[in-house]
Design a protein around this ligand. Structure first.
Ligand code: NAD
Ligand code: UD1
Length: 337
């Protein structure tokens, strides 16, 4: 199948592109390199032996996207492109609403014009807000998000649902990712954010490689077994596989479908530190600090629906992901020397 992947050189996109190529799908990437590097294309090629077609374009550029659709005629789209930094979205709401929403509008208009009827969208567990209970199922209420970033996910889910409702030929998969971590086994693909990382694993990777001297643990007085925040950390390669399964599901013309992609298991910050130390043999010094505003105590997925309807099953655990993430960070430092 020919698949257009927006944001395909980013963290989750690049791992998914590798899986698609390994599955013999034909991939067309549109990415403006806002948060990725062209070298990722070379690395995808060195892992798979195939260099996917690449357009360095902003998805918001309607004329250029139209030309890409006219030429490539994709049968399906995976829409990763968007901004994703929660804190930045609070500081620059317009930038987030503009990019995340407008790129979706332009994409949907092209899909309609060129009769491309299948779309997989990168949503987030953030749409569940502060969950009433865990694990969260796909039926758990979607709540008003605590950041403009999260709000764009809620809004785009709504837009796609409304479009699907009046277009019976449209198939839409909303994939609600929990906490993607880890990297490709090759050490060639992974997550290496600019500046000081906000997310837990990128921060720990920097501590492990001596770039930061300790981790700040945000709160140890939550109502969780050890008092630290509990999340559902899923290896990015397992998450990537979930996209292939979702595309396969769309082939059966299901209309709108929604799936949580997580492991179904909650892990606390202190447990992540232990797993990291066990997997890598590197000590992670940490200090307990105040809670981070906006954090929920506990969030992890019910994965029953994805297992039942997609056959989704994770192959890797948190330790595997810690080791792969560490190896990627070390290799990246070597390459940047
Ligand atoms: P990422 O920033 O690594 O990848 C996004 C890619 O999209 C980047 O390569 C960026 O250059 C590109 N991009 C952004 N705006 C664009 C535009 N207008 N036109 C063309 N390209 C554009 O992020 P990621 O972690 O791979 O996340 C992918 C998607 O998954 C995002 O929509 C994100 O919100 C969502 N998501 C991510 C997480 C996570 O923890 N990483 C969790 C839940 C949901
Ligand atoms: C955050 C976003 C979420 C987004 C996800 C992936 C917030 C409030 N939520 O999720 O919307 O989808 O990233 O990009 O920002 N922690 C520390 N020290 C650190 C960093 C994190 O103790 O230096 C703790 C947090 O308090 C939390 C856990 O680690 O308990 C995970 O944090 P993080 O990796 O930032 O992910 P989320 O907050 O779950």
């Amino acid at each position: 199948m020919k698949i257009l992947v927006t944001g395909g050189l980013g963290y989750i996109g690049s791992h998914t592109v590798v899986k698609l190529i390994e599955n013999k799908d034909e991939v067309v990437i549109v990415d403006n390199l806002f948060n990725s590097k062209l070298v990722v294309l070379d690395r995808i090629e060195s892992i798979t032996g195939v260099r996917p077609t690449f357009y360095q374009n902003d998805v918001q550029d309607a004329e250029k996207l139209d030309a890409i659709f006219a030429k490539e005629r994709p049968e399906a789209v995976i829409h990763f492109a968007g901004y994703k930094a929660v804190g930045e979205s609070v500081a620059k709401p317009l930038m987030y609403y503009q990019n995340n929403l407008e790129s979706t509008f332009v994409l949907l208009r092209c899909m309609e014009k060129y009769h491309c009827n299948n779309i997989v969208f990168s949503s987030s567990a953030t749409v569940y807000g502060l969950p009433d209970s865990v694990p969260v199922t796909e039926e758990s209420p979607v709540k008003s998000a605590t950041s403009p970033y999260g709000e764009t996910k809620v809004m785009i889910e709504r837009i796609l649902s409304d479009v699907a409702a009046v277009h019976p030929e449209m198939n839409v998969a909303l994939l609600r990712y929990f906490n993607p971590i880890g990297a490709h086994k090759s050490g060639l693909l992974g997550e290496d954010p600019n500046g000081i990382p906000n997310n837990l694993l990128p921060y720990i990777n920097r501590v492990a490689c001596g770039l930061l001297d300790h981790l700040n643990v945000f709160g140890n007085d939550y109502p969780t077994p050890d008092g630290t925040g509990v999340r559902d950390y899923i290896h990015v390669v397992d998450l990537a596989q979930g996209h292939l399964l979702a595309l396969k599901k769309l082939q059966s013309n299901p209309g709108l479908v929604i799936y949580n992609l997580g492991t179904g298991k909650g892990t606390s910050v202190l447990e992540v530190i232990q797993a990291y130390e066990k997997a890598t043999g590197v000590k992670i010094p940490y200090e307990i600090k105040e809670r981070r505003p906006g954090d929920v105590p506990e969030n992890y997925a019910s994965t029953d629906k994805a297992r039942r309807e997609l056959g989704f099953k994770c192959q890797y655990n948190v330790e595997d992901a810690c080791l792969d993430g560490y190896n990627f960070q070390k290799a990246e430092l070597e390459r940047n020397k």
